[in-house]
Design a binder for this molecule. Structure first.
Ligand SMILES: C[S@@+](CC[C@H](N)C(=O)[O-])C[C@H]1O[C@@H](n2cnc3c(N)ncnc32)[C@H](O)[C@@H]1O
Length: 218
């Protein structure tokens, strides 16, 4: 079997802590400024994240997007345990729902038309069927809700190698990971959104290697 180099062991406690440690660098000020520019400053009351990992983005939505309730769906029990710890500091237990869910095998998890925003960060490249993820997001959104994908994108291998190098990864390893971790271009993600019936409303590159792409549910 060919090793999937973009696929990590997300149960490993060291991976969980790695995601926590790298959060501020992966979600810098530029990310939040671009996100608010793309989706507007109106409150996003209910937010779901597909693949939230340790839940730091969801925790930040409380102060940055005036979110009152969040859903996090992730296959890793260790990640969800960490997310529970983090989210319990900012929301009451009724207002965060964490579910162990494998997007490659499990059926749609959220009620149709139930959330104002579906976010996925550094997640889309992980799953087998990206189109079905965006379709599930579209179905879960209320009218005027937004689907936001933030992920590594293809098109600049040198920048990817540079950014991974700054995180301590050697060049050979980074080049091997490039095709898996930068699986989609911005245009691919826009296409997934269009196919899912969403209206792509904008995108923005972050640190040359990643992009935010937004689709609106009419
Ligand atoms: C790179 S981490 C990103 C975590 C978080 N979004 C962040 O940016 O800090 C990818 C996450 O996706 C989850 N994941 C990977 N494949 C998955 C699948 N098939 N179903 C559900 N979650 C999955 C992993 O457990 C992990 O928590």
């Amino acid at each position: 079997m060919v090793e999937h180099l973009g696929k990590a062991d997300w149960q490993d406690p060291e991976r969980v802590q790695g995601m926590v440690r790298s959060y501020n660098e992966r979600y810098p000020e530029a990310f939040w400024n671009a996100l608010l520019e793309l989706i507007g400053v109106e409150p996003r009351e209910v937010v779901a994240e597909f693949g939230p990992g340790p839940g730091l983005f969801l925790a930040d939505t409380v102060s940055k997007l005036q979110t009152k309730k969040v859903y996090g769906l992730d296959e890793s029990e260790s990640m969800l345990k960490q997310a529970d710890e983090i989210l319990s500091c900012v929301l009451s237990s009724d207002n965060y729902i964490l579910t162990q869910h494998d997007f490659n095998t499990d059926a749609v998890a959220l009620e149709p038309s139930s959330v104002n925003m579906v976010f996925s960060g550094f997640f889309l490249h992980e799953v087998d069927n990206s189109q079905s993820i965006i379709l599930q997001a579209a179905q879960s959104l209320k009218p005027s809700g937004v689907c936001v994908v933030f992920d590594f994108v293809s098109g600049n291998e040198e920048a990817f190698v540079r950014v991974m190098g700054a995180h301590g990864m050697d060049e050979e390893k980074a080049r091997k990971r490039y095709p898996h971790m930068c699986k989609h271009s911005v245009d691919d993600i826009v296409q997934f959104m269009t196919e899912a019936g969403l209206k792509p409303t904008g995108s923005k590159k972050i640190r040359e290697t990643a992009a935010i792409v937004v689709g609106l549910k009419n």
